[in-house]
Design a protein. Structure first.
Length: 146
């Protein structure tokens, strides 16, 4: 069976902490795969906000997700904090890739050793929501994210 393998970049320009909510927990007692996608969405929104960008106003255009991939490595539980690092690369005329490294410090550990929870990648495409079409990546935004 072929599995997704995400090659994370060496350097991340942004890191945020997100507390696991009870609504993130699935019937298996850990964070569900759908909740991991929600966590990276929140991290991406916080990442963009540092430049006063949003997915609806990204340097004058919008953003839409073209695809997503997640490589699961360890469980994440209620009460733990996800440490999510974000970096961008793969810039094209109309979009770019966002990479996410999800880690945690388990509640039972005291030595601050991080455990990799997941690696993820999303492809973001610039989108004109008014005209319902793909549009060019603003150069200003490209420079800030690079």
């Amino acid at each position: 069976m072929a599995r997704i393998k995400i090659d994370l970049p060496d350097n991340f320009s942004f890191t945020t902490l997100i507390q696991v909510r009870i609504t993130d927990i699935n019937y298996g007692g850990h964070v569900g795969n759908d909740a991991i996608l929600s966590l990276i969405h929140e991290a991406r929104i916080q990442f963009l906000k540092q430049w006063d960008y949003s997915e609806l106003n990204f340097g004058g255009v919008g953003l839409i997700m073209a695809d997503a991939g997640i490589e699961f490595r360890h469980e994440l539980f209620y009460g733990e904090t996800a440490i999510i690092s974000v970096a961008c690369s793969g810039f094209s005329r109309v979009g770019f890739e966002v990479y996410y490294k999800l880690e945690k410090i388990p509640l039972t550990m005291t030595d601050e050793k991080r455990i990799m929870v997941a690696a993820a990648k999303t492809a973001m495409v610039c989108y004109d929501y008014s005209n319902k079409r793909i549009t060019a990546l603003p150069e200003e935004a490209r420079k800030k994210l690079s």
